[in-house]
Design a protein around this ligand. Structure first.
Ligand SMILES: Nc1ncnc2c1ncn2[C@@H]1O[C@H](COP(=O)(O)OP(=O)(O)OP(=O)(O)O)[C@@H](O)[C@H]1O
Ligand SMILES: [Mg+2]
Length: 350
């Protein structure tokens, strides 16, 4: 639904002023139809630049963007004659902002009607659509209010209704919940999830909060310094040894008791259970296993369990028991020892 290839944005590349800043450095992103896709990264990683290049608010320096099968970068490159086509293509992309960007002099309803005015729709059609959308976001009774009379969460609901006015296939959200308190954040995320399901809307959201990804995303990518360093469905990420995103989505604590110990994270999804496996392991290899931490949680709608266990001896001494765990279909991740991880990754490739 959204594909970028080699997307690059260098600010100041026109040589007009100051030094060049590479905000996007060859980003390949693929968002499937109907999914909620989260991009997470620290401040300055290039998240906003990515979203602004996807809807061509910002002209990419290189690379392509296609949305719903249409190559937007090619349209933009064709100059003013393609302007109308580009405007239409962009109207199929809804955009939600951190600070709502509502017009304070207009009522809630008039704010929602704005994109339809720009598209030249009739007054009757605009008003019907706006009221329908306000109902959808739970604000049917506030159509005549002004933005200043609304709470932050209500303002964002108006922002979402406005973004949906032209029946977009795709909704882009740049930190839509960053200015909201935790409870309001939850209700806005739930609204985005509901819209995703009810309307089949594809949602690409940018955030620096792992909780946002955890609560509603089907897939996620981690951005660092203008690049995507990890990406996949939540389920794939959780099954990837050494995945930073997986560790952040589902942290489990616990430190090794001493140097001659191997600490292993055992992750399972769905129905699998670790407990019988752990006691079997202990009996089969006659080793004492300590459980350092354990948790069960719902990540991206999946039930996931993780247990951190400690085996006596170093990694080399535990290759066989670790192999046993993996044979049981459990996701195994050796913690801390980077040499051990590399060895394990090599073994996994075999
Ligand atoms: N209009 C601009 N002109 C010049 N440099 C810019 C511009 N916009 C962003 N940058 C720079 O590009 C880099 C990426 O910025 P961007 O806003 O995309 O990051 P971000 O991941 O959205 O950060 P945050 O989480 O703080 O919003 C930063 O170094 C930033 O200073
Ligand atoms: Mg930003």
């Amino acid at each position: 639904m959204i594909t970028t290839t080699g997307l690059t944005k260098i600010y100041g590349a026109d040589g007009s002023r100051g030094r060049e800043i590479t905000a996007l450095d060859g980003v390949d992103l693929h968002v499937r139809e109907g999914e909620v896709y989260g991009v997470i990264g620290q401040s300055g990683a290039g998240k906003s630049s990515l979203i602004r290049c996807i809807n061509l608010l910002e002209r990419p320096t290189a690379g392509t963007v296609s949305v719903a099968g249409q190559d937007l970068t090619a349209l933009a490159g064709r100059g003013p004659r393609a302007g109308k086509e580009l405007r239409q293509a962009r109207s199929r992309i809804g955009m939600v902002f951190q600070h709502f960007n509502l017009l304070s002099s207009r009522t809630v309803q008039d704010n929602v009607e704005l994109p339809l005015e720009i598209l030249g729709r009739s007054g009757k059609e605009r008003s019907r659509k706006a009221l329908e959308l306000l109902d959808l976001v739970g604000l049917a009774d506030r159509a005549g209010a002004y933005p200043a009379q609304l709470s932050g969460g209500q303002k964002q609901r108006v922002g979402i209704a406005r973004a949906l006015a032209a029946d977009p296939k795709v909704l882009l959200s740049d930190e839509a919940t960053s200015a909201l308190d935790p409870e309001t954040t939850r209700s806005i995320l739930q609204l985005l999830r509901d819209l995703n399901r009810q309307l089949g809307l594809t949602v690409l959201l940018i955030t620096h909060e792992m909780d946002v990804v955890k609560s509603i995303c089907d897939s996620a990518a981690l951005m660092e310094k203008g690049r995507i360093v990890e990406s996949g469905t939540v389920s794939e990420l959780l099954a990837t040894p050494g995945s930073e995103l997986a560790a952040a989505l589902f942290p489990v604590g616990g430190e090794a008791a001493g140097p001659d110990r191997t600490v292993v994270d055992v992750t399972f999804q769905g129905e699998a259970a670790t407990q019988p496996v752990i006691s079997q392991l202990s009996r089969t290899y006659n080793i004492d296993i300590s459980i350092l931490g354990a948790a069960i949680d719902t990540v991206g709608g999946l039930q996931v369990g993780r247990m951190r266990i400690e085996l006596p001896g170093r990694y080399e001494d535990n290759v066989v028991p670790i192999g046993f765990l993996r044979e049981q279909g459990l996701q195994i991740d050796v913690v801390g020892a980077s040499d051990a991880k590399t060895a394990l990754a090599k073994e996994a490739v075999k």
